[in-house]
Design a protein. Structure first.
Length: 328
């Protein structure tokens, strides 16, 4: 266990794109690595992914481990987890952060099992306990009413999946370089019974929530599925995206992928406009990092009206059309 060194982050790269979560994990990982006096390393798995190594160096990675093979072109749990587990066993990292994306949640769990170590899933903060160098990973629990800090005392690496948007992206340091370590894919060992058939992109009708600088979110106060058309109009006018609280998702007015909160997405836009949302703690868990919160609510006592930078008391069906008119 004492031989385990360095902080690893998994740099998710699929379909020719490096996920922004890689740069967020580099921010979290850099702090851990500096506190431990160890190196910050990124891991790239996939096909034609080595080209992202320079980007990772420029955002803080000291070493990039790459397994680049045609067999890794399409994500398959078993194959990726077996490769990653072999890399972990060969290079023995001390801490290992992965993104709590769909891919990362699945991959981190399988890899932890193959390696035989512990995983804290879906954390929002990681720190090094200076007394013993252990990773303390904190995550909401009991419906967001408590924050649990979880440690993994007996095995290494200490693994953790971190929620997207929990950390800012690491700043670019142009021209910064590092070391590339290549790891060979082994077709005899890195096998699976699963077969990749087809990739079907989800039919999003708008901008990716994680990239939106302005979000117009609707809650139970929207009252009906058609009400979201009005919010889409405002979002389009502002160049933003639409989101929702859980209530309209549960009512079937809007798809789950729009849900913000504890059991939905975490977002950090410049402006978050909450229409007919009361601001329960589970919703706030996903959007309280927004730069500016605008609340439109009939009830001046609604919790969100207390935390909003701009609280507009009124019926959203009066206020939103007035905003659209003003933005013409
Ligand atoms: C384990 C767990 C996980 C959860 N995860 C999530 C999560 O990820 N995301 C999430 O959002 N919730 C989550 N919830 C649910 C959460 O507790 C709340 O129930 C939910 O956020 C309430 O949604 P809401 O604010 O839209 O509805 P309500 O609380 O019913 O609020 C509706 C608001 O709309 C206002 N309003 C009504 N009509 C109008 C109008 N015409 N114009 C203006 N204002 C109007 C009302 O005054 C009220 O403030 C979770 C709960 C649990 C227990």
């Amino acid at each position: 266990m004492n031989d385990c060194k360095n902080v690893w982050i998994f740099a998710e790269a699929q379909r020719g794109k490096l996920s922004p979560t890689a740069l967020e994990l580099l921010t979290a990982g850099r702090q851990l690595a500096d506190d431990l006096g160890e190196k910050l390393c990124a891991v790239l798995l996939g096909y034609e992914v080595e080209k992202f190594a320079q980007d990772l160096f420029e955002h803080g990675a000291d070493v990039v481990y790459v397994c680049d093979d045609k067999a890794l072109e399409n994500y398959l749990d078993d194959v990726y987890a077996k490769v990653l587990a072999d890399m972990v066993q060969k290079y023995q990292p001390n801490k290992f952060l992965l993104p709590a994306t769909n891919l990362g949640r699945s991959l981190s769990a399988k890899t932890a099992i193959f390696v035989g170590t512990g995983l804290t899933a879906d954390a929002t903060e990681v720190v090094i306990n200076k007394a013993d160098g252990q990773l303390y990973a904190t995550r909401p629990t009991f419906g967001g009413n408590l924050m649990a800090t979880i440690t993994c005392t007996h095995t290494r690496p200490e693994m953790c999946s971190l929620r997207p948007m929990s950390y800012e992206k690491a700043p670019r340091q142009a021209g910064r370089t590092g070391e590339i370590v290549r790891f060979a894919f082994d077709p005899k060992k890195h096998t699976t019974l699963a077969k990749f058939v087809e990739f079907i992109k989800s039919q999003g009708d708008g901008m990716d929530l994680s990239e939106a600088e302005i979000i117009v979110a609707g809650g139970r106060g929207v009252g009906k599925a058609e009400g979201f058309e009005l919010l889409h109009k405002l979002a389009d006018r502002l160049g933003g995206a639409v989101a929702a609280s859980r209530a309209p998702v549960d009512s079937g007015w809007i798809d789950y992928r729009y849900q913000v909160g504890l059991t939905g997405r975490t977002v950090k836009p410049k402006v978050y406009i909450a229409c007919g949302i009361s601001g329960q703690i589970q919703h706030m868990a996903g959007m309280s990092g927004s730069d500016v919160i605008v609340a439109i609510n009939k009830d001046p006592e609604a919790p969100i009206m207390k935390v909003a930078n701009y609280a507009v008391q009124g019926d959203l069906y009066d206020v939103v059309p007035a905003m659209l008119e003003a933005l013409k």
